[in-house]
Design a protein around this ligand. Structure first.
Ligand code: ARG
Length: 589
């Protein structure tokens, strides 16, 4: 059990002993570190129920806690209207940090109940080379996956490629406009179809925005795209053959892009994965009276009496019988329910919240998912340019992920040169470090913000080795590694953790002990920024310790071994936290 849960339990028992809810005993990190390390504010909240003055209640709680405390507290006092200030003994801190050192899992432990979690993230549409717009879902989704795994849950990541809707019909038409001679478009062609794909991913990425624009202007093109979508969904052989090519070409390209970001998926499913479920599902929903006809289309009414804004009905099929984004999302939930997940997180742009709300409601109404299965949209804001609007290239286009990674890697190279880091290393190693630093810059630049806030993509700021950045954290971790290496060269090893003699060592130890709570809270709130914040705090507290406690020059061998142990635990903790953030630590820098 972590130190803070131990304290919360102790205070909880005191409240319970007074006939009050033990939840009032929650102990938090003090808001006023100069006065105390921790605080419990429960007496203020409980005073009314207890029909007591808050200070009197706080006194009774403190009396009860003190009776059970053993050697835990250096100070327990009541401040202001009834805050309880708590300072623990250095012996307790040392004991707990030693336990952390001895535990392979750094005290993170197992969850009370292991959840089966599916995270739906990434979600590019087929045919799209990844661009800035795909960044956040990939980075946040990957981080949440790693976070829940680190706290002992079973997590599956599913990319859910958009590969069975109108965009595919549009691409089919786009290619037909360019190459009407291809056998895929000849209704009399009886196959086989060529093995070689007729397009590259670049072609597809170029064709897609063009056809979308064209369909917007020309109703006839729009109509053809709709028909092509329907015919594909009905299994027209030439279109299915073409779809397969599009699919293979885009997955190969997207895989590479995600790999460059160090983002990976357990399932490369897409909308098309559930294509055989669509017709039977729709039929059943119609039969059950859940889907009703409306101008030839089928809709599901999902409004609820207490809705504050109107939630329009979900469009299940178009009037021509074709399926949409909603249809495949519902059928995908049918598949996910069969797989038995407890929790499904959709890491999808905030602008899709209505769509997901409709899908979740329809799935519940139709009994597609069991009541125990939690469905949750984890929304996020946009990546903006310096003008504060969603990021565009100077030419007004979208910035390809590949180009972005190149830009940030170059910026990292310049930073390394300016700081004279890694300049004398072999070129391959220097390149690898630049890439690692660049990706760290990008990911931390994103994850440091609460996911709902929009942020400005500022590569210059993100790649700095100073301030709240990914490279700052990497540099800190590499420094810890190098201290341990130097110690080893002098035959010095980490040893027993002693009670802190220096305030900076104590601060570091208390920060280390926060790890389990941070991970738990970040998971509960689906808030990677809390992990990012912790990584930054830990690196900062460590640097202060390192500046004031001269580890390698320390003369007392016990104190030195204890400090080296603190370096070792801090590095292990940083490794866990950076791994969750998807940031690699270079071997050396
Ligand atoms: N492909 C969608 C898009 O590009 C995102 C998919 C999100 N996931 C989902 N199950 N709807 O907007």
């Amino acid at each position: 059990m972590s130190l803070r849960s131990e304290l919360s339990d102790l205070f909880g028992q005191a409240f319970a002993g007074l006939g009050l809810d033990p939840a009032y005993g929650e102990v938090m990190v003090s808001q006023r570190p100069e006065l105390a390390q921790y605080q419990c504010n429960g007496a203020l909240a409980a005073a009314k129920v207890a029909q007591m003055a808050p200070r009197d209640l706080a006194e009774r709680v403190v009396a009860r806690v003190a009776a059970e405390a053993g050697d835990r507290f250096a100070d327990l006092s009541i401040a202001g209207p009834g805050f309880i200030n708590i300072t623990v003994t250095d012996a307790l801190v040392a004991r707990r940090v030693q336990e952390m050192a001895d535990d392979l899992d750094l005290g993170i432990g197992e969850p009370d109940a292991v959840s089966e979690i599916l995270i739906d993230y990434g979600g590019p549409n087929m045919s799209k080379a990844l661009h800035v717009g795909h960044l956040r879902s990939a980075i946040i989704g990957e981080c949440l996956k790693r976070l829940f795994r680190s706290t002992g849950h079973h997590v599956v990541g599913d990319i859910h490629i958009g590969d069975w809707g109108m965009p595919v019909g549009q691409l089919i038409v786009a290619l037909e406009l360019r190459r009407p001679d291809l056998p895929y478009f000849d209704p009399d062609h009886t196959g086989p179809y060529p093995d070689e794909p007729p397009v590259t991913l670049d072609d597809l990425s170029e064709m897609y925005p063009q056809i979308v624009a064209l369909a917007g202007e020309d109703p006839e093109i729009a109509e053809r795209a709709r028909r092509a979508t329907l015919e594909l969904q009905n299994g027209r052989p030439g279109y299915v053959a073409l779809w397969r090519h599009f699919h293979n070409v885009s997955i190969a390209g997207q895989r590479k892009d995600f790999e460059a970001l160090d983002v990976d998926f357990d399932l490369w499913f897409g909308e098309s994965t559930v294509r055989d479920r669509l017709a039977p599902m729709v039929e059943r929903l119609v039969e059950q009276g859940i889907a009703v006809e409306s101008d030839g289309a089928y809709v599901i009414d999902v409004a609820q009496p207490d809705d504050k804004t109107e939630i329009p009905p979900l469009l299940l099929t178009r009037s021509d019988g074709s399926y949409l984004y909603t249809t495949t999302d519902l059928a995908t939930l049918e598949m996910r329910a069969e797989a038995g997940y407890d929790l499904v997180l959709y890491v999808v742009d905030a602008r899709q919240s209505l769509h997901l709300e409709q899908v979740f409601r329809a799935a519940r109404k139709a009994g597609i998912v069991p009541p125990s299965m939690v469905l949750e949209h984890v929304p996020f804001g946009t990546v903006n340019g310096p003008d504060g609007k969603p990021f565009k290239t100077r030419a007004g286009g979208v910035l390809r992920l590949q180009d972005l990674i190149r830009l940030v890697t170059e910026a990292a190279e310049r930073r390394l040169a300016d700081a004279d880091i890694a300049q004398e290393y072999p070129p391959e190693e220097r390149d690898r470090i630049a890439r690692q630093v660049g990706i760290a810059a990008l990911k931390f630049g994103d994850l440091a913000n609460h996911r709902m806030s929009n942020y400005v993509l500022d590569l210059d700021r993100f790649t700095s080795f100073e301030g709240k950045t990914g490279p700052y954290l990497q540099y800190g971790a590499v420094r810890m590694r190098s201290i341990l290496r130097k110690a080893e060269e002098r035959d010095l090893a980490p040893g027993v953790v002693h009670p802190p003699t220096a305030p900076r060592a104590r601060d570091l130890m208390l920060e280390l002990l926060e790890l389990p709570e941070v991970l738990e809270r970040a998971g509960d709130l689906r808030a990677p920024n809390q992990v990012a914040e912790y990584a930054y705090d830990l690196a900062t507290v460590f640097n202060r310790f390192y500046e004031t406690c001269h580890i390698l020059r320390e003369e007392d061998p016990h104190r030195q071994a204890s400090w080296l142990q603190l370096v070792a635990i801090t590095l292990r903790t940083m490794a866990v936290v950076l791994e969750i953030l998807g940031i690699e630590i270079p071997e050396r820098m």
